[in-house]
Write a protein that binds this ligand. Structure first.
Ligand code: AKG
Length: 219
């Protein structure tokens, strides 16, 4: 994690237990007791919530096996290239069968006051998979948004830097940790997950989307 001065949000520990179809139990800290908020600038922030989901390693295995992961082509500067990761999108939560994902949606919606109603998930098969600098246009068309990302599986570096250029900040979310980008962090900042060729294990990131945040404000 980086070394900015954190804004702490102490709260009593609470957790929500849920089980999957094989009766394995995971839990989510609905109190967000470990949350630490880092101010990126006066308008933007990143909140990290270590250990938000416990039992995350088993949940990672469950998702890796149950989700229909696909490779995608992306067009950039008139060239089409294959994204170096696999993805799965749920526009409709009615299509989501994993109880843990639905429980996570409910906890995040209640805590951040944002109605999350879609999921964008990435499978980084190993350290050769990555995503370049970008903003989450799909998740955020408003000036201010709250975009949570849950990490499952191996730890990867998550970098964020000002869109106009400047020093990047590095976070290292482990399995079960949340990284939440808020304020204008999707307008004024870009983020990426760089390649780490020495890493052999996989990581899943679950990005929580809200159609309310995905539409532009009328001018
Ligand atoms: O994998 C991550 O942590 C971030 C993913 C992301 O930003 C995206 O898919 O747009």
């Amino acid at each position: 994690m980086n070394t900015l001065t954190p804004i702490q949000h102490p709260a009593p520990a609470q957790s929500d237990l849920f089980g999957d179809s094989s009766n394995t139990h995971f839990s989510i800290d609905t109190s967000f007791r470990t949350a630490t908020r880092f101010a990126l600038d006066t308008h933007s922030w990143v909140e990290v919530v270590p250990g938000w989901m416990s039992g995350a390693r088993l949940f990672f295995e469950q998702l890796r096996n149950s989700v229909s992961w696909l490779e995608h082509d992306r067009r950039m500067f008139n060239k089409v290239f294959r994204e170096p990761r696999m993805t799965a999108v749920y526009q409709d939560l009615g299509d989501v069968s994993e109880n843990g994902l639905l429980q996570a949606v409910r906890a995040l919606s209640s805590h951040y006051g944002v109605a999350y109603d879609g999921l964008w998930m990435n499978l980084y098969r190993n350290g050769q998979d990555s995503t370049g600098w970008h903003r989450d246009h799909r998740s955020c068309q408003k000036l201010d948004c709250v975009v949570p990302v849950l990490t499952l599986g191996t730890t990867r570096r998550f970098l964020i830097k000002p869109i106009k250029g400047g020093k990047s900040m590095t976070f290292k979310p482990s399995s079960g940790d949340l990284v939440v980008m808020g304020g204008r962090s999707q307008q004024d900042w870009v983020h990426c997950v760089p390649k780490e060729p020495d890493i052999e294990e996989a990581r899943i990131s679950v990005n929580f989307m809200s159609s309310a945040q995905g539409v532009r404000d009328r001018q």
